[in-house]
Design a protein around this ligand. Structure first.
Ligand SMILES: Nc1nc2c(ncn2[C@@H]2O[C@H](COP(=O)(O)OP(=O)(O)OP(=O)(O)O)[C@@H](O)[C@H]2O)c(=O)[nH]1
Ligand SMILES: [Mg+2]
Length: 587
C-alpha cells in the first residue's frame, strides 16, 4: 500500500491520545501544519480557533512508528508512538490502518524538516535532570542484605570485616592504618609482658642472657604501662570514627608488679574505653624529668623506675552523644634534642624504642620461650597473633613502620558494642553487622535481629582445648556449640539462612599435631587426622539444629579468616547463596 508521506497540506483529524499522567484515552484534534516544528493537539476546534492547544509534540529529532497497545483491560488498534528527542513519548490511536500509516509517514517527513527550538532544548534539559533524579532514586533502592556476624569472643568476626575492607573497600584508610599501628604495638608489648609473667609464675628456668633481657623489658614495661593512655589516639583520631570502635586493651595484660592477679582474673582487665568517645592529650612530655642518660638507653632497673609519670587530660562524649574532641599534639619525630626519657616510654609518639626491640628479640630467640613458654601462655589467654608479631619484631620496631594488611588482620581488639559496615558487592549492598562476642555482650545482640538476611556464625575450632576468658573454666568450643544451638533454634529467625564458618583452621591443623579433640569430646574415638577431627566437629555443629524447617538451611565452610585469598573464595560462594536465597524469597 502506498501512502502520501508529504504533508503538502495541513493534516488534521480527531485521534485518541493516551494520557501521560492518567493513563486513559482522550479524543483530541491533532493538527500537523507544513513547515511547523510541532504537531499540536486541541480539545476541539473552538480551542484551536483561540490557539489554546492542549499540547505540542516537538518534531525535531523525533522517532515515530507503529505501536501495539495490548493492555488486557483496554486494547487499542492502529496505534503509533512518537518519541521526542527529549525522551518524552506520545501514544496515539488512529481509527484505521490507512489513517495510522498516513500520520506516521507525515510525522516522519515533517521531522526531517523541523528545527530544534528553545522549547525543545529546554524540554531535553528537563528530561535529563529528571533522569538523573531517577537514577539517584534507583541507586538508593539498591537492595540491602543484612548479614549478622555472631559467635563467641575472639572467634574471628571482626577479622572477616577487615577482609571485606581489603577486598571491597581497597584496604584501609590512613586513619585506620595509624590506629592499627598503635594497636599492633600494644598487642606485641602486652604479649611479651604476658610471656614474662608466665615465665615467672611457672618458675621456668632460662639462660642468663634471656633472663637479663627479661628483667630489663619488665622494668621498662612497668613504667610504659603506667604512662600508656587508656585509649589509642592517632593524629587522625576524631571522635566519630565508628569503624574503629574497639576496646583498646584487648589482651588481659598481666601486671608485672609483685601483686599480680591470677590468670582467671585477667578478663576483668579487658573492659576498655571506646576510642570514639575519648581522646587523650599528653600534657607533660616536655616537662618530664628523668634519670635516664640522654641517649635514652635504659641502664638499670632503678634508673628506669625513677622517672616520674606523665599526667593526662581527657575529653569525653556528652550524654547526648555529641562529642568533644581534644586537639592532640602533632606527633613528635625523633631528634637529637629530644630527651631520651621523654621518648623511651612514649611508644604512642616514638614507636617501640630500639633497645626494647632488642630485648624482645633476645627473649624470643630462646627456644624454651618459643615452645614451653608459648604453650603455657595459652592458659593465660595469650593473643594468638603474638607469635606472628614476635617473628616480625625487627620490622615493627623500625621508625618507618607501617602495618601491612596481614599485620592488621592479625591485630586484636575486642569489638566495643556493634559496628555496621556497608559493602557494595555485585549490585547489592551487604550490611555487615559485627557484634562483640563475649558473654556479657550477647544480650545486646537482640537489638540487631530485625530484617536479617543471613547469619554468619563464626566458631574458632582450634579452641577445643582452651577455656573462656570470661570464667577461665568453660571449654571454648563447647561454649561455641551451645551458642550455635541457641542461634540456629531461635524463633526470631525462622527462615534466616545460617552460614557456619569453622574458623582458624590453620591453628587447628597445628594444634592437632599435639592435642586430640578428645580433650573436648570425650566420646571421640577416631585418630588425630585433620579430616576426621574436622568432620567430627562439623557434625557436632550441624546436629544442633532441631525441627524440620527445611527453609532454614545451614551452610558451612572451613575458613582461615586471616588468609585473604581463601576468604575471597569462601565469601564469593556465600554471596551467591545469599543472593539466590533472597531472590527465591522475594521473586
Ligand atoms: N591464625 C588465625 N588467626 C585468626 C583467624 N581468624 C581470626 N584470627 C585472629 O584471632 C584474633 C581475634 O579475632 P577477632 O576478629 O578480633 O575476633 P572477634 O570474634 O571479633 O572477637 P570479639 O570482638 O571479642 O567478639 C585476631 O588476632 C585475629 O587476627 C584465623 O583464621 N587464623
Ligand atoms: Mg570483634
Amino acid at each position: 500500500m502506498e501512502f502520501n508521506s508529504t504533508p503538502a497540506q495541513e493534516l488534521r483529524a480527531y485521534l485518541c491520545k493516551k494520557g501521560h499522567v492518567v493513563k486513559n484515552w482522550k479524543l483530541r484534534l491533532f493538527v500537523l501544519k507544513p513547515g511547523s516544528n510541532f504537531m499540536e493537539y486541541f480539545v476541539d476546534e473552538s480551542k484551536e480557533s483561540i490557539h489554546q492547544s492542549k499540547g505540542k509534540v516537538p518534531l525535531y529529532g523525533c522517532k515515530v512508528g507503529e505501536y501495539t497497545h495490548n493492555s488486557s483491560n483496554n486494547p487499542r488498534e492502529y496505534c503509533f508512538i512518537v518519541e521526542g528527542s527529549s525522551g518524552k513519548s506520545w501514544i496515539v490511536s488512529a481509527s484505521s490502518k490507512v489513517q495510522q500509516m498516513q500520520w506516521i509517514n507525515a510525522i516522519k517527513e515533517a521531522a526531517t524538516q523541523a528545527e530544534e527550538t528553545d522549547d525543545v532544548k529546554y524540554a531535553k534539559h528537563k528530561f535529563i535532570e529528571k533522569q538523573l533524579a531517577n537514577d539517584v532514586k534507583a541507586r538508593s533502592k539498591v537492595p540491602i542484605l543484612k548479614l549478622l556476624l555472631l559467635g563467641t569472643g575472639e572467634s574471628g568476626k571482626s577479622t572477616i570485616v577487615k577482609q571485606m575492607k581489603i577486598l571491597h573497600h581497597h584496604g584501609f584508610t590512613k586513619e585506620e592504618e595509624e590506629f592499627y599501628k598503635h594497636l599492633i604495638f600494644r598487642n606485641l608489648l602486652d604479649g611479651v609482658a604476658l610471656m614474662v609473667h608466665v615465665i615467672k609464675e611457672n618458675k621456668i628456668f632460662l639462660p642468663d642472657d634471656t633472663m637479663s633481657a627479661i628483667n630489663n623489658f619488665k622494668s621498662w614495661y612497668h613504667i610504659y604501662l603506667e604512662r600508656r593512655p587508656p585509649t589509642i589516639r592517632t593524629k587522625y583520631t576524631t571522635a566519630t570514627t565508628s569503624s574503629l570502635a574497639y576496646s583498646p586493651t584487648p589482651t588481659p595484660t598481666p601486671p608485672l608488679s609483685p601483686n599480680h592477679s591470677p590468670p582467671h582474673k585477667a578478663a576483668t582487665l579487658t573492659a576498655g574505653i571506646d576510642i570514639t568517645r575519648l581522646s587523650i592529650t599528653d600534657t607533660s612530655s616536655s616537662s618530664t624529668s628523668s634519670s635516664l642518660n640522654s641517649n635514652g638507653a635504659a641502664t638499670t632497673d632503678n634508673a628506669l623506675l625513677s622517672t616520674s609519670p606523665m599526667s593526662m587530660s581527657m575529653s569525653t562524649t556528652g550524654a547526648s552523644g555529641t562529642t568533644t574532641t581534644t586537639t592532640t599534639k602533632a606527633p613528635h619525630t625523633r631528634s637529637n634534642s629530644d630527651n631520651g626519657a621523654n621518648t623511651i616510654f612514649n611508644v604512642q609518639d616514638f614507636g617501640i624504642p630500639p633497645i626494647i626491640t632488642n630485648y624482645i628479640s633476645i627473649i624470643w630467640s630462646d627456644p624454651i620461650v618459643q615452645t614451653e613458654v608459648m604453650q603455657k601462655a595459652q592458659r593465660y589467654h595469650i593473643n594468638e597473633s603474638t607469635q606472628y608479631y614476635l617473628n616480625e619484631v625487627k620490622r615493627i620496631g623500625k621508625t618507618t613502620y607501617l602495618p601491612t594488611n596481614m599485620d592488621i588482620l592479625k591485630s586484636r581488639a575486642t569489638t566495643n558494642g556493634v559496628v555496621e559496615t556497608d559493602f557494595k558487592v555485585a549490585d547489592v549492598i551487604f550490611r555487615i553487622v559485627d557484634v562483640a562476642g563475649q558473654r556479657g555482650e550477647r544480650k545486646k545482640w537482640i537489638n540487631f535481629f530485625d530484617d536479617v538476611t543471613a547469619i554468619i556464625f563464626v566458631a574458632a575450632i582450634n579452641e577445643y582445648d582452651q577455656t573462656l576468658v570470661e570464667d577461665n573454666c568453660t571449654n571454648r568450643l563447647q561454649e561455641s556449640l551451645n551458642l550455635f544451638d541457641q542461634v540456629c533454634n531461635d524463633k526470631t529467625f525462622p527462615n534466616t539462612s545460617i552460614i557456619l564458618f569453622m574458623n582458624k583452621i590453620d591453628l587447628f591443623r597445628e594444634k592437632l599435631k599435639r592435642v586430640s579433640i578428645k580433650t573436648c569430646f570425650s566420646e571421640y574415638q577416631d585418630d588425630q587426622s585433620y579430616e576426621k577431627s574436622s568432620n567430627y566437629i562439623k557434625n557436632s555443629f550441624l546436629t544442633k539444629k532441631r525441627g524440620q524447617n527445611t527453609s532454614k538451611h545451614i551452610y558451612y565452610h572451613f575458613t582461615c579468616a586471616t588468609d585473604t585469598k581463601s576468604f575471597e573464595a569462601v565469601f564469593n560462594s556465600v554471596q551467591d547463596i545469599i543472593i539466590s536465597k533472597t531472590l527465591e524469597l522475594y521473586c
